[in-house]
Design a protein around this ligand. Sequence first.
Ligand code: SF4
Ligand code: SF4
Length: 480
Amino acid sequence: MNTQNSNFQALELYEESFRNSVGTMDETGRRKWVYPRKPKGKFTNYRDYVTYLLLAVFFTLPFVKINHNPFLLFNVIDRKFFIFGQPFYLQDFFILALGAVTSVIFVMLFTVVFGRIFCGWLCPQTIFMEGVFRKIEYWIEGDRNKQMKLDRQEWNSEKIRKRLTKWSVYAVLSVVITNFMFMYIVGYEEVFRIITEGPAENPLKFLAMICFTAVFYFVFSWLREQVCTLVCPYGRLQGVLIDKQTINVYYDFKRGENRSKWKKDEDRKAFGKGDCIDCNQCVVVCPTGIDIRNGQQLECVNCTACIDVCDEIMVKVGLPKGLIRYATEAEIENQEKFKFTGRMKATTVILGLLIGFLGFLMYDRGSMEAKFIKPAGSTFFIKNGKITNTFIYTLLNKSNEKKTLTIKVLNPKNAEINFFGNEKIILKGDQILKGNINISFPEKEIRFSKQNMTIGVFDEKGNLVDSFDTVFEGPFQLVL
Ligand code: SF4
Ligand code: SF4
């Protein structure tokens, strides 16, 4: 009995031993270079379509404008932000903050139910690595075995030619992609201007571009899967976010074990053998160098390459597909078919509501924003039976159109405004304007030392475009 127990413990320790090491490092801690086999199959095709679509969007969006505004721009240098063509100002910070909080909740809920689908299908790292740079590598150096052979061989003419070609294409691509990324920060016009004027006119900007290009090149030519396995914080979050009900790429261990090599015409069931023929193809195809048969691991980016390769093997040996598939751990344990559970439906509805809420916030900002603030240390003054307060106004035109505005006090009644000039205020599109006004009331109108007051801003058609609540100060009066 004791021997049986210790054997069982030893087996458990052996099965968990893969957790003591990283798939891309050897025992001495040195990097093990991953040469994934070129994937092919249904999921690879779908992922290719998604990749082409996302790349087309990435290379097109910087040139798309809505109402003469860039579709997306995050100009942190000049603090100019455009999302879906809508300008965002520091005054809209709460929307961006709320948007950031909503996005975090979105990502967490999404991950709880749908696992790392984002990593495999949408993450820019995977899109560029597997969809662009890896494809170029296959094209120049060939598939896994040829790459391994090339790595081992001397620096002969073939190796020099292939490596130089690959590195040159990588470098050109890094320059192009980095320039497009810059377009999302400063706009395409600015990037074209910098390129046309040359480094002598814009030394710092050129230096920034060279640095970013070098980082980009380094990430995709050398760092590669280490970004997902060691650097990315989202990957680290998986451990706490996923559970047995989360959809992920799983190996069906109930069906696959007891794994054993394939023998033609053998009745595997009769010998108690599982469907896994231990061909190791799911390991050699994995871009993060892991063995999915060890269970869910943080290194798995849900790229689906192992699903495709295992399906291919299953078809070849005449066994049902889906030994590795999208599933939940609970489904695998209970040998159930995939179900879109109530929890998934509820989470999907909540995710939809969150997106709707964000959309509502973005479109409900109005095209004008007005603020009326008292100058620091100012107070009221009384002249000719009138009490007067001074205000500094800040008017922000969030649209592209010129606006002619007037200011009126909506409450209390009988206010007089001294504009110190023209009472029509002209504001160009996307302009912030500051100025002073004096607001006066007959003494009898002001019954409190601090009287609530609402100031309205009207456009040329007389429509109220924004209002601001503030207080009007007067002398202390005893109200009976
Ligand atoms: S590809 Fe499929 S059959 Fe081959 S080792 Fe992996 S799980 Fe087993
Ligand atoms: S285990 Fe499969 S899905 Fe996960 S990264 Fe490796 S090949 Fe991709």
